[in-house]
Structure formats: C-alpha cells, structure tokens
Design a protein. Structure first.
Length: 386
C-alpha cells in the first residue's frame, strides 16, 4: 500500500486525486490531507479517509482525532511514501522543498513551484536523489513519451487548447466577461488555471516547468494550439521520429499515472478514446502577439533569475483582480508586463530572494491597479468630459 498525503485536497486536482484513490482503495492509503479555507469539504474528506494528520489554512471548526501539522511537517513525515502537491501559487514551494530534503517522492501539480524556483528545486531533488513526478497533463505526456528513450529529444511540442478566446479579435478580447473566461471548452479546472488558460500564460508557465523537469533548453519547446485537447504533448527525436500521448481530456489519468508509476492500472471510470470516431486533430502555432501573457512568460523564462517568480506573483494578483471584476481581461497582461519591466532580477536566487521578489511583485501589481481599474477609467473619462 502506498501511503499518500495530499496538500491542497479541497482544490480541483486534490478532489480528483481522491477520486483516483477511491477507485483503487486497495493500493493507496491517505495518511495526510491539507486544505485551504473550504473547511466543510475538508471535514467531509477527513471523515471519509481518516488520515493520521491534517492541516487547514484557517482554524478548523470541527474536532478530529488526527494530528494537526503544518504542510511542511506533513510533506516530510516518516509515515508518507508520496506527497501530492496540489496547492496553488507559492503555497507549494516550501512543502515541496521539505519533502525533497527527506527523500520523499513528490507528485507535482502546482506548476508555480518549478516556475518560481526551478533551479533550487531540481538541485535539491538531484542532491537527495528524489523524484519529482509530473501531474500536469502536458508534462505527464512528455514523461510518458520519454520513458525508455536514451537520447535527448530534438524538440518538444506543448499542446494548448487555446482556451475559449483563441480566435477573438482585440476589441472582442477587451469585452470578455468573467463568466465567459471561466467557461473552458475542453478541461474542467480550478478558476485560476482556467483564466490562465484563457490568457495562455499557462502555456508559458508549463514551458518553464518542462524546461526544469526534463532539463530541456527553453528554445527546444514549442507551443501548438490543438483545440481538441486529445494529444497532450509531442516529443520529436533527432531521427525525425515523433511520439505523442493521446487520451480523453480528464485530469484523473495523469494523476493516476503519477500515483501508480512505474505501473499502469486500469481506469474503468474514465472514458476511453474511440480513434475511429475522431474526425480530425488540428495543430497550429500559437500566436504570441495576440496573447501577450504567453510572450511575457516565455521571455521571463528565458531571462531566468527572479523574473519567473515575479511573473507568477503579478499574474496571480491580476487574475484575482479580474475575477473580482476590478480590471478587464486585457489588463491582466498589462499589469504583468508593467511589473516585469520594473523588476530588478537576481541571478541564481535563494529561497528568501525568490520570496522577496514574490512579495515585491504582489505589492507592485496591486499598486498599479488604479491605472487599470475599470471604475477609475470611467471616472477619469467623466472628469475629462466635464
Ligand atoms: Mg496543463
């Protein structure tokens, strides 16, 4: 029995990981659960899975016999074989480091961890000879394509559905509502990731993540728009041979692959692909000019240092402002760009320097709000009109 801890169990990936565990309950035992503010759901999960330890970011309003520990303590606990980092943003950073330092296998779903601190995290993982298993569908696809190969790939193609607005014009993009942006055409995900998919910043973050996970030069990673979300990523080798991983778009598959690795288990609950029914699979290069967030992310990845951490922080603030209807969809890119431009990066940053850059970027992005705030714009137009 593999003993599992899930950090971020009440989020979208956390809940789907529990679905996988429920379907294979003879193989896995949940020994730790950590949730955020959704205490009702956390309590329900705890009652069902009876973990030895738990955590919540707010004081729990229920009684439970298990031990209340920090996420770092859970991630590095001797009882645990594998920890799923399914938190979002920077919350996963220090628990991941804690787990790697004591040799725990980490199944990583929190992409910001490698984007913000890829150098630090991969150094720790190789020093302690621990494995980071990807959970993101694209990285799981690349991993599956690379398994058994001895030579490095020539190119890697990260596929992107393009989100709901890929063929929108600039004026159309400026009028996008929160509801439209939250309606992803192919994937069911949390709010932050859904908006990041609509701006395509997500693919930039994934390219940086792939760069660290598989030691690939960023310039060998290309983004392909593939609206059907059937091919999850593609690897090309030096001889021109191409391998791709295809499946129905459902996060339970990459989660299960990481949990069962190096085995494969049946997944009777998941729909299987009927290849004969798929009429076509389309691919086109991603237009970075129409989706500036993607361009900014690739640029931050190339520049390295603390730029990727600043990118993540500014994007998180901007997405939150958009979800709270304070800024428009196209303002997300403006806030991220302005914050990156004002940042003075540090090369080979320590954890403290990364966290300081993160805090600076959050503060800067929030302060830049008045220039982008819809209400402010309306008021200034009114006063100009007077
Ligand atoms: Mg993905």
């Amino acid at each position: 029995m593999k003993k599992i801890a899930i950090l971020g169990s009440t989020g979208s990936i956390g809940q789907q990981a529990l679905n996988v565990i429920r379907a294979h309950n003879a193989r896995f035992r949940v020994v730790g659960l950590a949730g955020g503010k959704n205490l009702k759901l956390l309590e329900k999960q705890i009652k069902e899975f009876q973990p030895e330890m738990f955590y919540s970011s707010v004081k729990p309003d229920f009684a439970y016999k298990g031990e209340f520990l920090s996420m770092e303590e859970i991630a590095s606990h001797p009882e645990i074989d594998l920890v799923i980092i399914a938190t979002s943003g920077k919350a996963g950073l220090s628990p991941t480091l804690a787990a790697l330092k004591v040799g725990k296998t980490v199944a990583l779903a929190n992409k910001e961890v490698l984007v913000m601190a890829g150098e630090l995290i991969t150094r720790e993982a190789s020093f302690h000879q621990t494995q980071i298993l990807p959970v993101d569908s694209e990285h799981s696809a690349i991993w599956q394509c690379l398994r058994g190969e001895e030579s490095n790939p020539r190119r890697v193609f990260l596929t992107a559905s393009g989100g709901p607005f890929y063929h929108y014009s600039q004026p159309q993009l400026s009028k996008v509502t929160v509801e439209q942006a939250l309606h992803h055409p192919t994937w069911k995900m949390g709010k932050k990731v859904t908006i990041d998919s609509a701006t395509l910043v997500n693919k930039g973050l994934e390219a940086i993540e792939a760069h660290w996970l598989f030691a690939l030069p960023l310039d060998s990673i290309e983004i392909l728009i593939h609206p059907q979300s059937i091919v999850h990523s593609i690897v090309e080798f030096v001889d021109g041979s191409i391998k791709a991983q295809l499946s129905f778009p459902d996060m339970r598959l990459p989660i299960q692959y990481a949990l069962c690795y190096p085995e494969r288990l049946p997944s009777p609950e998941l729909p299987h692909l009927e290849l004969s029914k798929i009429q076509c699979l389309n691919f086109e290069p991603a237009d970075q000019n129409r989706f500036p967030c993607l361009k900014l992310a690739m640029g931050a990845g190339r520049q390295g240092g603390t730029y990727p951490a600043v990118l993540c922080a500014a994007d998180e603030v901007a997405v939150e402002l958009f979800l709270n209807r304070r800024i428009s969809f196209i303002d997300i890119a403006k806030i991220v760009q302005e914050t990156l431009e004002q940042h003075k990066s540090i090369a080979q940053p320590s954890l403290e320097e990364i966290l300081a850059a993160d805090a600076w970027a959050r503060e800067y992005a929030r302060r830049s709000l008045p220039c982008h705030c819809e209400e402010h714009k309306r008021q200034s137009t009114l006063s100009i009109g007077k």
